[in-house]
Design a protein around this ligand. Sequence first.
Ligand code: V47
Length: 378
Amino acid sequence: MIPNNLRIEDAALKPIADKVFSGERLTFEDGLALFRSNDLLAIGCLAHHIREKLHSNRTYFNVNRHINPTNVCVASCRLCAFGRKADAAGAYTMSLEEAFQVAGEGWTEAITEFHIVGGLHPDLPFDYYVELIRGLKERFPTVHLKAFTAVEIAYFSQRTHLNYRQILKRLKEAGLGSLPGGGAEIFAPATRRKICDHKIGAYAWLKVHRTAHELGLHSNATMLYGHIESDEDRVDHLLQLRKLQDETRGFQAFIPLKFHPAHTELGKDVDYRDTTGFMDLKNVAVARLLLDNFPHIKAYWIMLTPRVAQVALRFGADDLDGTVVEEKIYHDAGATTPQVMTRQQLVRLIREAGQEPCERDTLYRPVTRTETAVAVQA
Ligand code: V47
């Protein structure tokens, strides 16, 4: 039953609201109707209802640090401003010792996660990545290592001729904790070809995540929006993720990623515009409504800006991601957000949205802190 105080202006949303309040799964057509509606407040209320049912007024965040060991990449994705050819200006590759040092520089007692992703380097051997994980785990045993997108895993597999399972098993044995959600972009083949034709397709991306889940590794999923994708592409993408999640239950969070056009080939196209606040909030809310089997929807403040991410907490999101420290992928693409946010700043954003901050580790276990100690509750 739709509550009396919910104001729905767009008649096309009424049957969807009925389904949301009776716990019925939304269809492809419902997804299209949501993306095509301008009744943002009604969509937001529906998404907020689901978010409150799942998490009450808790909003999650973590204290993490990003490490990008190399920006050298064989792919030339039109959406990307981060990757460089090995001989290009600005190309870098950290030695293992440098990567350990960078991790150590950013490390404090508070950090519970390293988020590690990089380019597809044509010469680094797979052992580099295994030793990177092993070495970080030895030096920082309490820190969860969320590392390597499905695209990187598939590239390691292509270069070593080991299958996804063998690659993931070796990384897991070395200390890999979970996979981040990057590289998903948009699954629809025609659009995918235009924005990142060097990347693995949807089938391979989903297969890497399925294999990770079978091995007991959790992962996240993303979708890049605000470029040339259609409403149909977005709904298709979300429903493919929902289908895999029905099978494995291995995804933890979905993160809608807003496209940043600066310094990208795609951004050079005529009439290229940045996304709008309306579009950002709608993507968060529709994701919350369609992905009924995903526990968490993340409003990644780095790309949304802290202001929009905070408002997204009332449009279906229940997580702000973390402190991050030195983000490169979006900042190379022109993001003007800060590269680091303190724990106190995150807590303030959440409290001022009327919600209860809940510090989590990567696996969403609550983290409790005293002046001198950090504990993760099992
Ligand atoms: O896969 C690349 C995107 C992703 C651009 O799992 C761009 O917790 C916008 O996946 N404009 C990497 N986006 C980031 C990512 C991520 C971030 C935060 C948390 C998690 C998680 C994962 O960034 C890439 C690609 O989709 N990207 N270039 C660009 N110009």
